[in-house]
Design a protein around this ligand. Structure first.
Ligand code: SAM
Length: 287
């Protein structure tokens, strides 16, 4: 079948099946081959790879993944897309389509069954409302995974890649960078999609660290500190942490920890590196 990544071929399929876009599933289908090739290239997909695609839509990227990978599993939530995918992917024998919400799929089991527990590659063009839960779910459940290469809202990609002291730096940057090295590999304008989204998109590759880059005694506690620091962005770190619901450190304890880290008492959370948050968390754990 000819590529779906040109408008007339996508329109033809949509009309054939009388498909109606569902806003609640964040459906914007790719109609340009360039971002698609960029994703495949950035993910470094070869005939040795098992690829999990999240949200295949009508199969535009899936077709190209099938050409490049050993095996592809595509998980799609919208039941109306399943018969379409059966049709558009009919010439490929190395693909399985699963009709399910990705948040309900046991991806560890999938990686075990399809790739003998070896690191898989995840590829997706994700709706914005589900980007963070999907990515964090993949990392936190310790799925064996080499990389996640995803198209997301440009603003979300910027936040993932941001460093300390920048306006985009926040809890998402630190959570992503704790598990992976982010790199924006392409910006994708709205006219590459049908229907056109209101905002620009970007392709970002998250390459999982072989080892977590910081030593932290209690991950959960560190992320609670991080969230509390950024929830009250305009406050100093001492006031932000002291006022945070769910944390019970006195100002004195926080100031002593900052002193040990040689940080000023009026420091703001948004200037701390991941390593400094890890050290702060390790100091406060004893309080
Ligand atoms: N990959 C296709 C493309 O690039 O043309 C479609 C991308 S579209 C932005 C997102 C796709 O994810 C839609 O097909 C949507 O139905 C699907 N989707 C949304 N939420 C999902 C979920 N929780 N689990 C699986 N698929 C989901």
């Amino acid at each position: 079948m000819a590529t779906l990544a040109i408008p007339q071929n996508t329109i033809e399929v949509l009309q054939k099946y009388n498909f109606r876009f569902q806003k609640k599933f964040g459906q914007n289908f790719l109609i340009d081959i360039r971002p698609l090739e960029k994703i495949i290239q950035a993910a470094g997909i070869t005939k040795n790879d098992f690829v999990l695609e999240i949200g295949p839509g009508i199969g535009t990227m899936t077709q190209h993944l099938c050409e490049h990978a050993r095996e592809v599993t595509a998980v799609e939530i919208d039941k109306h897309l399943i018969p379409i995918l059966v049709d558009t992917l009919s010439e490929y024998e190395n693909v399985e389509v699963i009709h399910e919400d990705i948040l309900k799929v046991d991806i560890n089991r999938l990686a075990q069954e399809k790739n003998q527990g070896n690191p898989i590659k995840v590829v997706a063009n994700l709706p914005y409302y589900i980007t963070t839960p999907i990515i964090m779910g993949l990392f936190e459940s310790h799925v064996p995974m080499e990389s996640i290469t995803i198209m997301v809202q440009k603003e979300v990609a910027d936040r993932m890649q941001a460093g300390p002291g920048t306006k985009d730096y926040g809890a998402l940057s630190l959570a992503v960078q704790y598990y992976a090295r982010p790199e924006i590999v392409a910006n994708v304008p709205p006219n590459c999609f049908m229907p056109r989204p209101n905002v620009g998109s970007a392709v970002i590759r998250l390459t999982r660290h072989n080892e977590i880059p910081v030593q932290v005694l209690d991950e959960k506690q560190m992320f609670a500190l991080i969230r509390a620091s950024f929830n009250q962005r305009r406050k100093t770190l001492v006031n932000g942490l002291n006022n945070a619901p769910g944390l019970s450190y006195s100002k004195q304890q926080i100031m002593e920890a900052l002193e040990q880290l040689e940080l000023p008492a009026n420091v703001r959370g948004e200037t701390l590196t991941l390593e400094q948050f890890a050290m702060l968390s390790n100091l406060l754990i004893h309080c």
